[in-house]
Design a binder for this molecule. Structure first.
Ligand SMILES: NC(=O)C1=CN([C@@H]2O[C@H](COP(=O)(O)OP(=O)(O)OC[C@H]3O[C@@H](n4cnc5c(N)ncnc54)[C@H](O)[C@@H]3O)[C@@H](O)[C@H]2O)C=CC1
Ligand SMILES: O=C(O)CCC(=O)C(=O)O
Length: 525
């Protein structure tokens, strides 16, 4: 039975979903890093919000962990690279809290424009400071949105409802999408110089870290107001404080901080700063949405291999997962076969999908095939990182798909090129949905692969098989299945032999020394 740890506050709906699906759940909120490291090895899944830091140290000891689910959007509290390295799927819930967060940004903008928090405090204190809190109208003001993705787009829509002019800087925003959203796409410098208010909605990346710094603040209009409901690291807090102190920045509304939980911060108690404690996603609706989504996604992954909203894996829908399952095995076997048979560095990999399989989602098949191919070369490779590892090693990977059926109604063919040779192998699924190898190096064969295989290439000469059988039998090695194929009579031949256990190196050498044997390899599946 799969076991999941929930380590941040999540709606109880999540626990119910896991339990309803037969997944054991532990809720342990507020664990210290050491405590998390001590127990994480027991779990197949970890569900978090932003408080738990899923660091490389945590990942390193998470022996059974298969999936980390982020009930929310930003995954900057998860070391995705380390997770990828260990084959752990990282998924988030990209839409569940976007409306809520966008609404918070609008609320912060209004609070900032009309000094609502400050006025609230002094009114409660019995002061009646009407003239102190003169604000600005938002009507006809220019809002500059940095990062116009899901949340930025919703903010743009709501701001247009307030009759604001919206300009956006987002290198990945297409001109067509900008037109659809009714925003003007501009470069960063133009946004800085034109906006009356700026709202940040990018993820925290190496490109966006510190994007609001002294130099960029200087490019802003005097009296600029800043709203940050994305990530604290986007703003250099010292630079913002200096600009607030000088009056160049008229106000800032901050939901997020460089260090969180932020119990102490240089911007606290500044008269023109409005703060909330990372409340962007904190509505009943959003928390229910993300908890349900994360629990459903993680359950489907753990129980059926369906991959939804993964940061580091190709998607597999719930419907696709059972259809892909036998093909995943076939693709992995083809990769593992060649990965063990091939010795030289690989230059090129061509994966051909023919017939029925060509109509399926082949990305996960390619990923698992590459895992099989590269695993004999490096232990650390997995389905999640295999495409990246192949790229890093300059292995050119291409996929070819054809719906047309050949001899088989469905076929995957793998061709691997090295400096020395080109090797190809093909496999299919029969009606029993079990994978069969049907071609190696252009020679037809029909073999199901067992855990221990002998792969022999030889000359098609009388007596060879008898000698091989005797050698294995004399050494107590039982043959489970024996498949043969040859190009032409007396020409190149291959044998795929399933044996009941590993073959000792000494016996393998004797097989290799048999007359007419060109090559013999022990393969493990
Ligand atoms: N305060 C809170 O509680 C919450 C905060 N967030 C934060 O909001 C961020 C945005 O969320 P979504 O809109 O859903 O993400 P998204 O991925 O839909 O949009 C992010 C946008 O930023 C753009 N972008 C990336 N690099 C950029 C750069 N260098 N300059 C300008 N734009 C860049 C992307 O092209 C994309 O359009 C999340 O990454 C998260 O950190 C999200 C939810 C709640
Ligand atoms: O879980 C939360 O409260 C924070 C949400 C958030 O920051 C996100 O989804 O990126």
């Amino acid at each position: 039975m799969s076991k999941v740890l929930i380590s941040d506050e999540l709606s109880p709906a999540a626990v119910q979903i896991f339990r309803d699906r037969g997944i054991e759940v532990d809720e342990k909120i507020g664990l210290k890093p050491k405590e998390l490291r001590e127990i994480i090895g027991r779990y197949d899944g970890l569900a978090v919000r932003s408080a738990t830091k899923v660091t490389a140290e945590v990942i390193a000891v998470a022996e059974n962990l298969k999936v980390v689910g982020r009930a929310g959007i930003g995954v900057d509290n998860i070391d995705v690279k380390a997770a990828t390295g260990r084959g752990i799927c990282v998924m988030n819930t990209p839409f569940g809290n976007s409306i809520t967060t966008a609404e918070h940004a609008i609320a912060m903008m209004m609070a900032l424009a009309r000094h609502i928090p400050q006025a609230d405090r002094t009114t409660h204190a019995g002061k009646w400071e009407k003239s102190r809190f003169v604000g600005i109208e938002l009507y006809a003001k220019t809002l500059g949105i940095i990062g116009c993705g899901n949340i930025g787009a919703i903010v743009a829509d709501r701001a247009q409802g307030l009759k604001m002019k919206v300009i956006a800087f987002d290198p990945f925003l297409s001109p067509e999408r900008a037109i659809d959203l009714g925003v003007e796409k501009v470069e960063l410098d133009e946004l800085l110089s034109r906006a009356d208010l700026i709202s940040l909605h990018t993820p925290l990346t190496e490109q966006t870290r510190g994007i609001i710094n002294a130099a960029n603040l200087k490019k802003c209009r005097p009296g600029i107001r800043l709203i940050n409901c994305a990530r604290g690291g986007l703003v250099v807090e010292e630079d913002l404080k200096a600009a607030l102190d000088s009056g160049h920045v008229a106000g800032a509304a901050l939901d997020v901080f460089q260090t969180e939980p932020a119990t102490d911060n240089i911007l606290f108690n500044h008269p023109n700063v409005v703060t909330t404690p990372h409340l962007g996603a904190a509505t009943m609706e959003a928390q229910l949405n993300v908890a349900i989504q994360v629990a459903e996604q993680m359950s489907e992954f753990l129980l059926h291999g369906a991959v939804t909203n993964a940061i580091n894996m190709p998607a597999v829908t719930v419907e696709e997962a059972p259809r892909l399952k036998p093909y995943m095995k076939l693709a992995e076997q083809l990769g593992t076969f060649v990965g063990q048979a091939e010795e030289g560095p690989i230059d090129r990999v061509i994966i051909e999908y023919e017939g029925h399989v060509a109509g399926l989602n082949t990305r996960p098949l390619t990923a698992i095939l590459l895992q099989g191919l590269l695993r004999p070369l490096m232990d650390s490779v997995n389905m999640v990182n295999a495409p990246i590892v192949a790229k890093e090693r300059n292995i050119e990977v291409s996929e070819v798909k054809t719906d047309r059926e050949g001899t088989y109604h469905t076929l995957i063919r793998l061709t691997v090129e090295t400096k020395k040779r080109k090797r190809d192998i093909a496999g299919t699924l029969f009606a029993d949905r079990r994978p069969r190898i049907v071609e190696i190096k252009g020679i037809e064969i029909e073999a199901a692969l067992g855990p221990h295989m002998l792969y022999i290439t030889n000359e098609d000469k009388p007596g060879m098989i008898g000698h091989l059988g005797s050698l294995l039998g004399d050494n107590g090695i039982n043959i489970a299945t024996f498949a043969l194929g040859r190009a032409v009579q007396g020409g190149d031949a291959i044998a795929l032999i399933e044996i009941d256990g590993p073959i000792p190196a000494k016996i393998l050498r004797q097989v290799q020394a048999l007359q007419h044997v060109r090559q013999a390899k022990a393969l493990i599946f």
